[in-house]
Ligand binder design. Structure first.
Ligand SMILES: C[S@@+](CC[C@H](N)C(=O)[O-])C[C@H]1O[C@@H](n2cnc3c(N)ncnc32)[C@H](O)[C@@H]1O
Length: 343
């Protein structure tokens, strides 16, 4: 009985052969140098090493790079093998400097990795960017180890190409429960009193503990082994890419970066060598045409984990407010027409 319920609630992306055939026609399979018009808002199905010299330069606002980590991993039949630090650094050096040339002079860059790759990531960032920060994402999933500490975090290094860069902190504010509600003259100081508790909008720090790994009952979930959460990518895009700006992800995987960029009104380009993952990306992009929801981000703020009921309540309240405003406006128009007075 439980198994049936799980199966029913499993929202992991599925795809048919007919859809594969359809989405294949939307992919870009490069044969020679590429111009921006050909690749904007598209998925390029290719090995980055084969097309790196064919990419235009100086057009990207935000680079999000989530490369294979220095681990043994099977990406749908294409294997990546763990190696020593020096060899992994050489691997990064074989593509990173060229990828950076796609950035505008005031562009920003984020690169992801686990604790083992982080030394190499810092090194490559230091060689080619102004390193601004290291974000640590606390993932709640991961196997326990008998003779070591369970690996429960990942790093995301943030860098820019110069000191004059775009950063919109107001777009990534977090709604958090207030633990010690302080009052001044009897009034809440920088927090809001609601029927569901006391909340404050805070500036996000570089330790992120509010983001879950996608799992089977989430609509964003695919079978990609290292899929990033939409909420995590949304923070990077909202903070570091202006509206209509261009986001580029050269290791696109299941398409998370492009999908989130689309949902947030940014343009995108992604490269992925595994064709099956490219099909999943196209299907997710098609769904994003009508569904712009990002789990954990609503009403312009990021919420803590396990607050979906509160978020829903706020959304209903917001919709009611909009409906009331609309009703009032239409009443005014009616009143004006009836009295033949223009206010
Ligand atoms: C860590 S995963 C990215 C996951 C992605 N952020 C997501 O949310 O699904 C790295 C991806 O890079 C792809 N990849 C590895 N080497 C590549 C190459 N040389 N060219 C293009 N893609 C590559 C792998 O197939 C894999 O899907």
């Amino acid at each position: 009985m439980i198994t049936i319920n799980h199966a029913l609630r499993n929202r992991t992306l599925t795809i048919t052969d007919k859809e594969r055939e359809y989405y294949k026609r939307q992919l870009v399979y490069p044969q020679s140098a590429l111009i921006l018009k050909q690749i904007l808002n598209r998925t390029i199905c290719a090995d980055i090493m084969n097309v790196i010299d064919w990419l235009p330069t100086g057009f990207v606002d935000l680079l999000i790079i989530d490369p294979p980590y220095n681990l043994n991993k099977n990406f749908n039949g294409i294997r990546f093998s763990k190696t020593d630090d020096e060899t992994y650094l050489e691997y990064l050096r074989s593509w990173f400097p060229k990828i950076v040339t796609t950035l505008k002079p005031n562009g920003s860059i984020y690169i992801c990795g686990d604790w083992k790759s982080t030394f190499c990531l810092y090194q490559i960032m230091k060689e080619h960017t102004v390193v601004r920060n290291r974000i640590t994402w606390q993932r709640e999933k991961g196997r326990g180890a008998k003779t070591n500490w369970k690996n429960a975090t990942e790093d995301i290094w943030f860098g820019t190409m110069c000191n004059d860069y775009y950063f919109d902190v107001d777009a990534v504010k977090q709604k958090r429960k207030v633990i010690a509600p302080y009052r001044e003259n009897g009034q809440p100081k920088d927090w809001e009193e609601t029927e569901d508790g006391n909340f404050r909008l805070t500036c996000p720090g570089n330790f992120w503990d509010d983001i879950s790994i996608p799992y089977w009952s989430m609509p964003e979930n695919t079978n990609h082994p290292t899929q990033k959460p939409e909420k995590l990518i949304a923070k990077l895009i909202l903070a570091s890419c202006p509206k209509n700006g261009i986001v580029f992800d050269p290791f696109l995987g299941s398409g998370t970066t492009s999908v989130v960029a689309k949902k947030l009104g940014r343009q995108y380009i992604g490269i992925e060598k595994n064709e099956e993952y490219c099909f999943w990306t196209e299907k997710r992009l098609a769904i994003a045409e009508t569904n712009k929801t990002i789990q954990g981000y609503s009403n312009g703020v990021f919420w803590e984990r396990n607050t979906s009921n509160l978020q829903l309540k706020e959304q209903i309240k917001e919709q009611k407010n909009i409906a009331t405003k609309k009703r009032k406006t239409s009443k005014n128009i009616f009143y004006n027409i009836a009295t033949k007075k223009i206010v």
